[in-house]
Design a protein around this ligand. Structure first.
Ligand code: ASP
Ligand code: MG
Length: 395
């Protein structure tokens, strides 16, 4: 039997018909020696364009309708890739998330995969077809509604399939050829990382690395799926391998820098922080805004301070909404976070070095947040790039 591999192609690698044909040629070649499930993202910036389209017809689009709209993007990619493959003499069939049996909870816009019952995929593989699967989407078996998995969620579709089929590995193929020590657009000297373990990558994605969807790494860890992040082109390059227990014997080592671009600080008049969070949740529910990622909460005697982050479109909606609220005030300046992932974060050395580097560059940190594998500084958003550059000298 041929080994089974799951490959996920990012939107940038499928941005136009030529790129789709190039990806298909690559898939056709690999299908000779492997059984393949190919998960696709929407072409180029399609998802952003669809979100923009929605905002032109509605100020508060229903999350259900957003899911109906956004799933179209991946559906375009899957059918085109399948057509191109069949044209090249490689038998292929495309499936939506619901056809492929990706079952989620019933929340819209940020649904959670609960189960995979991929009978049709199994059948297609048995008849030696390459399966092309629309990423980022599923169906709720309770509501029967189509759902999406959150921005970047195609990675999680791919890992879920790899886990369900016990695949050899899950390859996340992109136009960026590996996971880097920092965003190469900001730091010209950023280095590709050859090996990572799940915990390191989970920390990195939690703190803003866009290279993978956070939940995909969490799922890969729990289900022991070997991940490889590499280039979608045929150029030979090493990429990044993610598996259990790598490089765990280095006591104190800075590994990578990641950043959340827009972090909002919300001050609530409600003294009880649990109640304040519930009020926010209800407000977002009412306004059909997906709850952003909660980063930090400060509990004071007479108020709570809550730090939230998320994709630009969600943060924009949160800002617009909170400006007219009495119970909540928004800190007038946007913050960002910059996080150094490292081993040995529990020793005082690394946080000291971070703060020293910032002092030297005359950069101000408002808060320092520690975790087992990282040191995070909260800074003014306007100093994000300088902070990333200054701290990258630690790596
Ligand atoms: N197309 C979706 C997005 O841009 C999902 C994905 O790319 O993974 O967020
Ligand atoms: Mg995309």
């Amino acid at each position: 039997m041929k080994p089974l591999i799951v490959q996920k192609y990012g939107g940038a690698t499928l941005a136009d018909p030529e790129k789709i044909k190039a990806v298909s040629a690559r898939v056709a070649k690999q299908a000779k020696d492997n059984s393949l499930i190919v998960v696709v993202s929407a072409m180029g910036k399609t998802t952003n364009s669809l979100i923009d389209l929605a905002s032109q017809v509605s100020a508060h689009p229903q999350r259900r309708e957003m899911d109906m709209l956004l799933t179209v993007g991946e559906r375009i990619s899957m059918s085109l890739v399948s057509m191109a493959l069949n044209d090249q003499g490689c038998k292929a069939i495309s499936f939506t998330g619901s056809q492929a049996g990706i079952f989620t909870d019933d929340s819209h816009v940020n649904a959670f995969i609960k189960d995979v019952k991929a009978f049709r995929v199994e059948e297609a593989l048995k008849s030696e077809k390459v399966v092309i699967l629309a990423g980022f989407q599923g169906v709720s078996p309770t509501t029967k509604e189509i759902t999406t998995l959150g921005r970047g969620g195609s990675d999680t579709s791919a890992v879920a399939m790899a886990a369900a089929f016990n695949a050899e590995r899950c390859e996340i193929l992109k136009d960026v050829p590996a996971v880097f020590s920092a965003d190469p657009n900001i730091v010209k000297t950023a280095k590709p990382l050859q090996e990572l373990n799940y915990d390191q990558l989970m920390e990195m994605t939690f703190w803003g690395a866009k290279v993978l969807h956070y939940r995909s790494v969490e799922l890969a860890k729990v289900r022991d799926v070997t991940l490889y992040i590499g280039p979608a082109s045929n150029k030979t390059s090493d990429g990044t391998l993610v598996k259990k227990g790598l490089n765990m014997f280095e006591s104190c080592k800075a590994l990578s820098l990641n950043s959340h671009e827009t972090v909002l600080e919300i001050r609530s008049q409600e003294k009880n922080t649990a109640k304040a969070l519930k009020q926010l949740q209800d407000l977002f529910e009412e306004k059909q805004i997906a709850f952003p990622q909660l980063l930090h909460c400060e509990i004071n005697k007479d108020h709570a301070e809550i730090l939230l982050t998320g994709p630009q479109e969600i943060m924009g909606a949160v800002k617009r909404e909170l400006q007219s609220q009495k119970n909540f005030t928004l800190h007038p300046q946007d913050y960002s976070t910059v996080t150094l992932t490292c081993t040995g974060a529990t020793s005082p050395e690394i946080p000291q070095q971070v703060l020293e580097k910032m002092d030297k560059a005359q950069l101000q940190a408002h808060k320092l947040i520690m975790s087992a594998m990282s040191v995070t500084v909260v800074i003014d958003a306007s100093t994000r790039k300088q902070t990333v550059e200054a701290l990258h000298t630690l790596i």
